[in-house]
Design a protein around this ligand. Structure first.
Ligand SMILES: Nc1ncnc2c1ncn2[C@@H]1O[C@H](COP(=O)(O)OP(=O)(O)OP(=O)(O)O)[C@@H](O)[C@H]1O
Length: 907
C-alpha cells in the first residue's frame, strides 16, 4: 500500500522507572500490559519497521529516503510524526545541531538528488512553506517576516489556505527558512502540545525542451500529542483543544485506514488538517506515519493508545490470536534460515571442490606445458640433427667435387709424366746395357787376371826350365794384356774411390738431416752450398779415413753435423740416380720449395695448401708405380723433408698425410736394403689391449716377419733393439650397448630408430677411439715399425681379427644395422688405424715424429751396413791390386830374364 507505519521508541529516562516495551525483532514492539488477568499480558504490535531506543537519526532516514526520492519523482508525500508528548516527535523531525532530523535530511537529500538529475535543459525549484494549525486555525509561520513574498495555495478548492512560500536553493537557505518558521511557532507550551506544525517543500520540475512541468510536495507534520485523544480530565480550555485534536487525528486515522485498505479515502470536510493536506492524502500519494512511544511503564496506557491508533491506521491490529500465525511464520523463517545455512555450507563446500579442481587443472596444465616443451625440445634436436646432416652432406659433396677435379688434373699431369718417364726408361735401358757390357768386360779381365795369376803361380813352382818353354810372342801378348787389365782395374778403383767418397758424403748429409735436433727444427733452413762448405770439409775428413782420393766434382752439397754415435756411413747410390730429374719431380720439388705460408691468409688456408701439396706428392708417387716409386721419391726427397721440416712447427699438416709420406720413404728404403727387410717387428697383439683386462706379459716374442734374410751382423742387434723396446698396449675401451627403457622412450619420442641411434653412439665412440689411438701412437717407434713393415690392408685385417676375438658382440657386417652401413668391426679397426696413423705423423718437439725417427734410425743402419760392405770391397780390391802388382812385376822380371837369356844366347 501507499501507507507505511514506522514505530520509534526513545530511550528510557533515568527517573522513569521500569520499561514496558521490548523489541523482539525489527518489525515488532512488545508491550507488557501488566494485565494479570490475561494469559499473556504482553501484546505485540507489528509495523513496517520498529526502531529501538538506540537507533540513530541516520538509520531512520535510510528508510525514509525512498519517500524523498518519490517526492522528486512527482508524488505528493506526507510524513507524520505521531505520539504522546515527550515521546520524541520533535527529536525525529528537528533533531539537534549535531544530529539533524528529518526536516534537514529530507531537504538535503532532495537537493542532492535534484542536482544529479538537473541538466542544461531541465531544472528543479524548491519552495518552503510553514504553518501552524491550532483549533482548526491556520497560522502562516512566514507571513510576518516575509509579507511581500509570493503565496501558494494549499488544500481543497473550498477550504484552501494561502501560504507564503520562500524559494530555497540550498540546504543553508532551507535551514534559515526553517529556523524562522520554528521561531514563529506558538511559544505557549500547552498550545504547542495541541497544535500541528506543517512544513512543506514544494518541488517544481521544468523541462525547457519538452515544456514539461511537474509539481509535487513533501510535507512533514508534527502532530499534536496523542494523549489528547484520551484525556478527559483536562481543564475547559484544553477540552476544546483536545476535541479539535481528537477530531483532526481521527480524520487522519480514517484517511490512513482507508488508504491502507486500498480505498480512496473519505476526506472529512470538517478536519482542517485533512483539508490542507487533501492532495497529499490521495491514493496517488505516499504517506509515512512515524509513531513515537515512550518506553516507560508509567506511560503504558498512552503507549497502548498510541499503538492502537497506529495499528488502525495501518489497518492491521494484531490480536493475541495472531501470535500463533507469527510463531508459525517465525518457524518458517527459522527453517528458511536453517535451509539457507545448509545451502550456504553446501555452496562453500562446492566452492572448495571447485578450488581443488582448479588446482589440479592448473597442475595438469603445467604438466601438459612441460610435456609440450619436452616434445618441442626433442623436435628441435631432431631438426638440428637433420640440418647438420644436410650441411655435412653438402660439404662432403663439394669436397668430393673438388677432389675429383684435382684428381683429373693430377691424372693429366701424371700421364704427361708417364710419357717423359717412358723416354727416360729407354735411356736408362741403354745405359744399363752399357753397364752390363762393361761388367762383362770386367769379368773377362778378372778371369784373365786369374788365369794369369794361376799361370804365374805354376811358373814359379816349375822354375826357370818351364819359363824357357814359353815362347816370346806369347809372353809379349800376356804382358800387354796384363798392363791393360791393370790400367782398367786402376780406373775402376779410382771410380770406386770417388763413388765411396761421394756416397759417404751423401750418407752424412742424409743422416744429418734425418737426425736433426731441435736446434735445427726451431730455425729450419734449406741447405745452402755456401753455409755448408766448412762443415763439408770437416765431414769429408772424417769419412775419408781410408781414402786419399779427391772429391768428385758432382758431389752434392749437404748439411752436416757431428755424428753422435761416431758411426759414419756410406750408401751405395749411383751418381746417375742422383742427377736424374723428371718433369714431375721438378714440378713437385719447386712446388714444395716455393711453398711460402706467408702467402696464405689465415691458418685454415695454410693448412689447406700444405695438405694439398702433400697429397699431390703422395698421388704422384703412387701413380709412378712400384717400378719408379724410388726414383721419384729420391728426386723430391730433399724438397719433401725440407717442406715437412718447414711446416711441422706450424702444426698445420694433416698428420696422417705426413705419416703416409714418411712411410713411403721408409718402404722405399726397405725395398732397396736387405739389411732392413729382415728387421723383425712386434706382432699386432702386443699393441692392442682390452681396457678392462690386466696387461699381458710382453716378455715373449710372437710371430716374425717373413722373408728374413740372415747374413748381416747388425740384423740381430736391430731386431733385439725393437723387441726390447717397451711396447705398451693400446687400451681399446668398448662396451656392449645396454638398451635402457629410458633411452628407448627418448628415442621413440624423437622418432629415431633404435639401431640408428646405436650407430650414432658408435660414431661418437669411434671419434673417441681415434683420439685415444692417436695419443697412443705419438712418438711410438715400435708402432711406427709395425706400420712400415706391414701393408695397411693386412694391418687392418689383423686389428679386425683381434677385435672380433676380444669383443664378440661387435657386428662383422653392416647387415644387422639399420641402413646397411659398414660393420662395427670395420669401423672400429678403421678408427684405430686412422688414430695410429695420425699419431705417428705428430711431431714431438724437439724431435720429429715417430716415423721420422724410425727413418733416421733405418738410414743410419743402411749407411753403416753399406759402409761396412764397401770397406770389405775396398780391402779386397787393395789386396787384389797389391797382388796384381806383384804378379805384374814377376811377369816383368820373367820377361826381363827371358830377354837376358835370349840376349846371352844371341851374344
Ligand atoms: N530517540 C531519542 N533518542 C534520544 N533522546 C530522545 C529521543 N527521542 C526523544 N528524546 C528526548 O526526549 C525528550 C522529549 O522529546 P521530544 O521533545 O522530541 O518529544 P515530543 O514528542 O516532541 O514532545 P512534545 O510533544 O512535548 O513536543 C527530548 O529531550 C529528546 O531529546
Amino acid at each position: 500500500g501507499n501507507v507505511k507505519v514506522f514505530c520509534r521508541s526513545r530511550p528510557l529516562f533515568e527517573d522513569e522507572g521500569p520499561s514496558a516495551v521490548e523489541f523482539p525483532d525489527d518489525f515488532t514492539i512488545r508491550v507488557n500490559t501488566g494485565d494479570e488477568s490475561l494469559t499473556n499480558p504482553k501484546k505485540d504490535y507489528e509495523f513496517d519497521r520498529v526502531y529501538g531506543p538506540h537507533i540513530g537519526q541516520g538509520e531512520l532516514f535510510h528508510d525514509v529516503q525512498p519517500f524523498v526520492q518519490s517526492a522528486l519523482d512527482g508524488y505528493n508525500i506526507s510524513i507524520f510524526a505521531y505520539g504522546q508528548s515527550r515521546s520524541g516527535k520533535t527529536h525525529t523531525l528537528e533533531g539537534s545541531s549535531h544530529d539533524r532530523g528529518l526536516y534537514l535530511r529530507c531537504f538535503e537529500e532532495l537537493f542532492d538528488l535534484s542536482n544529479s538529475d538537473t541538466t542544461s535543459t531541465s531544472h528543479f525549484n524548491f519552495y518552503f512553506t510553514a504553518c501552524e494549525l491550532y483549533n482548526d486555525q491556520v497560522r502562516d509561520l512566514l507571513s510576518e517576516s516575509r509579507s511581500t513574498a509570493l503565496k501558494v495555495r494549499m488544500g481543497v478548492q473550498e477550504s484552501f489556505v494561502e501560504l507564503v512560500q520562500e524559494k530555497v536553493e540550498n540546504p543553508l537557505e532551507f535551514s534559515g527558512a526553517l529556523k524562522t518558521a520554528l521561531q514563529n511557532q506558538s511559544v505557549h507550551s500547552t498550545k504547542a502540545i495541541v497544535s500541528h506544525l506543517i512544513i512543506t517543500i514544494h518541488i517544481h520540475y521544468r523541462n525547457y525542451v519538452t515544456g514539461e512541468h511537474l509539481y509535487s510536495k513533501l510535507s512533514l507534520v508534527d502532530l499534536p500529542a496523542s494523549e489528547c485523544l484520551l484525556e478527559e480530565d483536562a481543564n475547559r480550555d484544553n477540552v476544546t483543544d483536545c476535541l479539535h485534536v481528537s477530531k483532526s487525528l481521527s480524520a487522519l486515522g480514517d484517511a490512513l485506514a482507508s488508504l491502507s485498505a486500498k480505498k480512496e479515502p473519505v476526506l472529512s470536510g470538517n478536519s482542517r488538517l485533512v483539508q490542507i493536506l487533501a492532495d497529499s492524502l490521495g491514493s496517488s500519494s505516499k504517506i509515512l506515519l512515524v509513531v513515537h512511544v515512550s518506553p516507560s511503564a508509567s506511560n503504558l496506557s498512552r503507549t497502548l493508545s498510541t499503538l492502537s491508533f497506529s495499528a488502525r491506521a495501518r489497518n492491521a491490529e494484531l490480536s493475541l490470536g495472531n501470535r500463533d500465525t507469527i510463531k508459525k511464520w517465525r518457524d518458517v523463517a527459522n527453517d528458511s534460515r536453517k535451509e539457507l545455512h545448509e545451502k550456504e555450507k553446501e555452496v562453500s563446500d562446492l566452492k572448495q571442490e571447485v578450488l581443488g579442481l582448479k588446482l589440479s587443472l592448473s597442475e595438469a596444465n603445467d604438466q601438459c606445458t612441460l610435456l609440450f616443451n619436452e616434445v618441442q625440445k626433442a623436435w628441435r634436436v631432431s631438426s638440428t640433427l637433420q640440418t647438420d646432416l644436410k650441411s655435412e652432406n653438402l660439404m662432403l659433396a663439394d669436397k668430393h667435387k673438388i677432389e675429383k677435379e684435382q684428381n683429373n688434373q693430377l691424372r693429366d699431369q701424371i700421364s704427361r709424366l708417364l710419357e717423359v718417364e717412358q723416354e727416360q726408361k729407354i735411356k736408362m735401358h741403354e745405359r744399363d746395357l752399357t753397364i752390363q757390357s762393361l761388367q762383362a768386360k770386367l769379368k773377362s779381365i778378372e778371369s784373365q787376371l786369374n788365369d794369369a795369376l794361376n799361370s804365374s803361380d805354376a811358373r814359379s813352382t816349375i822354375g826357370s826350365e818351364s819359363a824357357s818353354v814359353i815362347s816370346t810372342p806369347k809372353m809379349m801378348e800376356s804382358t800387354a794384356e796384363s798392363s791393360s787389365v791393370t790400367k782398367r782395374l786402376e780406373e775402376e778403383l779410382a771410380k770406386r774411390d770417388a763413388l765411396i767418397e761421394k756416397l759417404h758424403e751423401e750418407n752424412e748429409k742424409l743422416f744429418d738431416r734425418l737426425t736433426e735436433k731441435s736446434g735445427l727444427a726451431s730455425s729450419p733452413q734449406a741447405p745452402s752450398p755456401s753455409s755448408n762448405q766448412a762443415t763439408n770439409a770437416q765431414g769429408r775428413d772424417i769419412g775419408r779415413s781410408n781414402s786419399a782420393k779427391t772429391q768428385s766434382p758432382d758431389v752434392f752439397p749437404a748439411t752436416m753435423s757431428q755424428d753422435k754415435t761416431g758411426n759414419s756411413g756410406a750408401i751405395v747410390k749411383s751418381s746417375n740416380e742422383l742427377a736424374k730429374t723428371t718433369p714431375a719431380g721438378e714440378y713437385l720439388t719447386s712446388a714444395l720449395m716455393d711453398f711460402d705460408p706467408n702467402h696464405f691468409e689465415g691458418f685454415a688456408a695454410i693448412a689447406d695448401g700444405a695438405n694439398k701439396l702433400l697429397m699431390l706428392v703422395l698421388a704422384a708417387v703412387i701413380k709412378a708405380g712400384a717400378a719408379r716409386e724410388h726414383e721419384i721419391l729420391a728426386e723430391i726427397r730433399d724438397a719433401v723433408f725440407s717442406f715437412i721440416r718447414k711446416m711441422e712447427p706450424r702444426k698445420v699438416m694433416d698428420t696422417m698425410l705426413v705419416s703416409r709420406v714418411r712411410i713411403l720413404y721408409i718402404r722405399s728404403l726397405l725395398a732397396r736394403s736387405p739389411e732392413l727387410q729382415s728387421i723383425k717387428v712386434s706382432p699386432i697383439e702386443r699393441f692392442l689391449e682390452k681396457s678392462n683386462s690386466t696387461s699381458r706379459s710382453r716378455g715373449s716374442s710372437r710371430g716374425s716377419s717373413p722373408g728374413r734374410s740372415p747374413g748381416y751382423h747388425h740384423d740381430h742387434v736391430s731386431r733385439v733393439a725393437l723387441i726390447d723396446e717397451n711396447v705398451q698396449g693400446f687400451k681399446v675401451n668398448i662396451k656392449q650397448e645396454k638398451k635402457s627403457k629410458f633411452s628407448s622412450i627418448v628415442l621413440k619420442l624423437r622418432g629415431i630408430e633404435e639401431e640408428t641411434w646405436r650407430q650414432h653412439v658408435t660414431g661418437g665412440k669411434l671419434r673417441e677411439i681415434t683420439e685415444e689411438a692417436k695419443a697412443f701412437a705419438i712418438g711410438n717407434k715400435a708402432l711406427a715399425a709395425l706400420f712400415v713393415h706391414t701393408p695397411a690392408g693386412e694391418l687392418q685385417r689383423q686389428i679386425r681379427a683381434w677385435l672380433a676375438e676380444n669383443f664378440d658382440f661387435l657386428s662383422v657386417t653392416g647387415g644387422d644395422v639399420a641402413g646397411g652401413t659398414t660393420g662395427q668391426l670395420e669401423l672400429l679397426s678403421t678408427a684405430i688405424m686412422d688414430g695410429w696413423m695420425a699419431g705417428l705423423g705428430t711431431a714431438q718437439p724437439p724431435s720429429t715424429d715417430a716415423l721420422g725417427q724410425l727413418l733416421s734410425e733405418y738410414s743410419k743402419r743402411v749407411y753403416t751396413s753399406q759402409l761396412q760392405h764397401l770397406k770389405v770391397l775396398f780391402t779386397r780390391l787393395t789386396f787384389w791390386s797389391n797382388k796384381f802388382s806383384t804378379i805384374v812385376s814377376l811377369i816383368l822380371r820373367n820377361i826381363a830374364g827371358h830377354s837376358w837369356h835370349i840376349g846371352n844366347r844371341g851374344g
